[in-house]
Design a binder for this molecule. Structure first.
Ligand code: PLP
Length: 448
């Protein structure tokens, strides 16, 4: 309660803006995830690793727009390139040299990607990748992991984080529609397995194999903080996909270019058939992409026959616009270099070590995880392997931690216990130490 009071005291202008905005924008935000109690911090501007809010607070940013800004905010090289592109036009709806500029680094980074198409978001990337998998296999059902987030399209809102009391047994989960407006028919094509339980995937394939188009999985489940694949899990999914002629579709919207240059596929050494990408590949510009082997990608309709797509349709006015492609190319070619990856993973380990020390000193029950540029703290006594383990997480405690950190000028990760921090190429060792100091202060004042 004291931390909430302090939050309100520090942010009167955010409170006022929230009230005004709620008049013109439902809940005052443009993504349901962004609304939280008592109200979100409203931004004035962002630069480098800092968010400047409308109350004059300067917040060290480790949320980085849901981890999108691995390059940090206002990266000078990216800004210069984008400004130059603005002078050349922002939208052509026709191919240009920017297309190869953005596509090639993705092809270079993923062995599985021989060709790639661009979209405007991760939702679109996963949606189109799924349609492509269906077109390629001629089947309709998709196996997904309970508790994983794959975007805002209808099937992705089935059991992304269902209330446990509605979720049914782990070995036969209920398909919970988590939004009004999702048609009753949508869950029919969604088959739910458990992350880190290849047997649950195999059981579904044994029963529904000839109807299954794809196994859709995040290499590391980043809707559960940071749940990593146990040894053999992704490898077994690869085997099962081959055995049942099913597409292995990696959702690398969050893991792509963040766990390693070639995402989770490289980090965990398992090759998917199709990869969906977004977020960090664009350095903060709205983008998505999906790619795979030529043989699969060629199922994307090349043209229309009497108005009907000759393969999987992929349309979009803003797809592959030169402004965003310029941002992708510069981000991947110029900014996310090998040195940049070394820098962020070194700082990530420094942050994790700091957290572990404070946790030990304070006698807290918590797990600290890191992978590549991302990390998470779970206030629980047990590791999180599957969605069902999520019930051990003390979300109320986590909420107090998040608000308390913001009160100490650090946004530790996006609001919600299920999220993780990102270290950007612009963070410094001093900023990592400031993050740890804020946590140490919080631990002495709040948790002891
Ligand atoms: N897939 C995953 C794993 C995500 O984390 C997200 C967004 O957080 C999406 C898909 C959807 O991406 P977007 O928000 O760009 O539509």
């Amino acid at each position: 309660a004291r931390e909430y009071e302090r939050y309100r005291d520090r942010t009167p202008n955010s409170a006022e803006m929230a009230e005004e905005l709620r008049e013109v924008v439902p809940a005052g935000v443009c993504s349901t995830f962004r609304a939280y109690e008592p109200y979100p911090i409203h931004a004035d501007r962002a630069a480098g690793t800092t968010i400047y809010d409308v109350d004059g607070n300067e917040l060290l940013d480790f949320a980085l727009n849901n981890g999108t800004q691995l390059v940090g905010h206002t990266h000078p090289e990216l800004d210069d390139a984008v400004v130059e592109q603005i002078d050349r036009g922002t939208l052509y709806t026709r191919p240009s040299d920017r297309l190869e500029f953005a596509a090639q680094p993705l092809i270079d980074r993923w062995d599985a990607i021989e060709q790639v198409r661009f979209t405007n978001s991760g939702t679109e990337a996963v949606m189109h990748a799924t349609r492509l998998a269906r077109a390629y296999t001629g089947r309709e059902k998709v196996i997904r992991m309970e508790g994983a987030y794959h975007g805002a399209h209808d099937p992705a809102l089935v059991s992304k984080m269902p209330p446990l009391e509605q979720a049914g047994p782990a070995d036969d989960p209920r398909r919970v529609r988590e939004s009004q407006g999702v048609p009753e028919s949508v869950p029919e094509d969604v088959l739910l397995a458990q992350y880190n339980d290849a047997e649950s995937v195999e059981a579904l394939l044994r029963e529904h194999g000839p109807e299954v188009a794809a196994i859709l999985v995040e290499p590391a489940c980043l809707n559960l903080g940071l749940a990593e694949p146990e040894d053999g899990f992704l490898e077994r999914l690869r085997e099962l996909a081959d055995e049942y002629n099913v597409v292995l579709l990696f959702d690398e919207v969050k893991t792509g270019v963040k766990l390693a240059p070639g995402g989770g596929a490289e980090y965990y050494g398992v090759e998917p058939d199709i990869v969906a990408l977004a977020k960090a590949i664009g350095g903060g510009y709205p983008v998505g992409a999906f790619g795979g082997r030529r043989e699969i990608m060629e199922r994307i309709a090349a043209d229309l026959d009497d108005g009907v797509a000759t393969g999987a349709a992929h349309y979009g006015t803003y797809n592959g616009n030169p402004l965003v492609l310029c941002a992708v190319g510069v981000t991947l070619r110029e900014i996310l270099t090998e040195d940049a990856y070394d820098h962020v993973s070194d700082l990530n380990e420094r942050l994790a070590a700091g957290y572990r020390d404070v946790i030990e000193d304070a006698g807290l029950e918590a797990q600290v995880k890191t992978a590549g540029s991302q990390g998470a703290v779970h206030f629980t006594d047990e590791p999180i392997r599957t969605f069902r383990d999520w019930q051990h997480v003390d979300e109320e405690f986590h909420e107090a931690y998040w608000i308390g950190m913001v009160n100490r000028d650090v946004v530790p990760h996006p609001h919600d216990a299920s999220q993780q921090w990102t270290i950007s190429v612009q963070h410094t060792a001093e900023e990592i130490d400031a993050h740890v100091e804020a946590f140490a202060d919080l631990a002495t004042h709040l948790f002891m």
